[in-house]
Design a protein. Structure first.
Length: 59
């Protein structure tokens, strides 16, 4: 919630935008591909698995 409060104090503030179907589909596809990668490396390297999970959440 602190992040939203910070946004409200900025010059341009915060704004709502209409949903973007193309962007939504791209996020879903990327997430599915990431899950497949995670399944393929499971048990091989815990460090790599943790890093991949971390960066896939940022997508």
């Amino acid at each position: 919630m602190a992040t939203i409060k910070w946004c409200k104090t900025q010059k341009k503030g915060i704004r709502l935008i209409d949903p973007n179907e193309n962007l939504f589909r791209e996020y879903i596809q990327t997430s599915e591909e990431t899950l497949e990668v995670l399944k393929s490396i499971k048990g091989k390297s815990k460090v790599w698995l943790a890093a991949t999970k971390y960066y896939s959440i940022g997508v």
